[in-house]
Ligand binder design. Structure first.
Ligand code: ASN
Ligand code: ZN
Length: 326
């Protein structure tokens, strides 16, 4: 087992799984590899390799830094799924995926592709904020999980649930990792400064704070972009985890409303994550919509905690709080 040192941009100094003499090949996590596209946009470029086992210097000017962040994000996501949900690798077969960094020129996005079973990161505009933060890595890798489990179609309401699944587990991974530099939160992409003014890409306590996402389900929500129709499900997850109203978690202030004005009492993030994971992997299908997600999560809550449990009631109340009812 080889452990290198990563000097990341977003998580400071971390331990990275590497292979001898030396490459970013995580031998304890299904040989997950990280490649340098060096501004290319196809193929795998070159596997990160070098004479020492030290990767990056914490600045985006050093080409290895983005590699270190991406490799770390994949490792933390692997560990989260293995240790929290008992799943070894995205497919559950112990086999890693791979990451590609420095995609294109000033590319301001990151993405998962089923075709290569890989995730790819742009450098952001001006090469200052690569899209390699932990929550973004976990978001993209979770698209892989959804693709091999529920297979939620990436449009309409199922598309919003697909996106929300990536945001929900991104929060789960970030709280699991919980580094000093990047403590867990219910925000998405708060490190990459994609708006240029320090605001995150998305907010789970009140999704409409981003100016586009929806807080509550409504008939016709399937017609908006999946990154906005995800809002109610992200909001459901926040309500179920933390409850409605004002709350501070890890130093971040939240204030979560409900559509009916009724309060929701949270059951804690760990239980909420277990419920969503089991629903995703045993109840949801490619065409699951909001109403079916409610039914699926209630069935899971019943299996895990019983139909008369506070957890079951909280699941129902959280759905009612985003305007998804019986
Ligand atoms: N970063 C985006 C996402 O994972 C890429 C996309 O639109 N699919 O959602
Ligand atoms: Zn996504």
């Amino acid at each position: 087992v080889h452990n290198g040192t990563g000097n990341t941009q977003y998580n400071g100094q971390v331990t990275l799984g590497t292979a001898p003499s030396y490459t970013l090949t995580d031998t304890t996590r299904g040989n997950h590899k990280t490649y340098n596209l060096n501004r290319g946009s196809s193929g795998t470029g070159t596997l990160f390799s070098g004479p020492d086992d030290i990767w990056g210097d914490g600045t985006p000017q050093n080409a290895e830094t983005a590699g270190a962040d991406a490799h770390y994000g994949a490792a933390e996501t692997w560990d989260y799924y293995k240790n929290v949900h008992g799943r070894s690798g995205i497919r559950g077969d112990g086999v890693g995926a791979y990451s590609r960094v420095h995609y294109g020129n000033n590319y301001v996005n990151a993405f998962w592709q089923d075709s290569c079973f890989c995730m790819t990161y742009g450098d952001g505009s001006g090469n200052v904020k690569p899209l390699t933060s932990l929550d973004v890595a976990a978001h993209e890798m979770t698209h892989g999980l959804t693709s091999v489990t529920a297979k939620l179609v990436y449009s309409g309401e199922s598309g919003g649930l697909n996106e929300a699944t990536s945001d929900i587990f991104a929060a789960g991974v970030e709280f699991y990792s919980n580094t000093t530099q990047d403590p867990g939160d219910y925000l998405v992409g708060e490190k990459i400064d994609i708006n240029g003014n320090g605001t995150p890409l998305r907010y789970m306590d009140k999704p409409s704070k981003d100016g586009s996402s929806k807080d509550y389900w409504y008939s016709g929500i399937g017609n908006v972009d999946v990154h906005y129709s995800s809002g109610p499900a992200n909001h459901w997850f926040y309500l179920l985890s933390e409850g409605s109203g004002a709350k501070t978690v890890n130093g971040v202030n939240y204030d979560s409303p409900t559509s009916d004005g009724l309060p929701v009492t949270g059951i804690g993030r760990d239980k909420a994550l277990q419920i969503w994971f089991k629903a995703l992997t045993t109840k949801f299908t490619s065409t699951t919509n909001y109403a079916a997600a409610r039914t699926g999560t209630l069935a899971v809550a019943s299996e895990l905690y019983g139909a008369t449990s506070p957890e079951y009631a909280a699941v129902a109340h959280a759905w009612a709080g985003i305007n998804v009812g019986a």
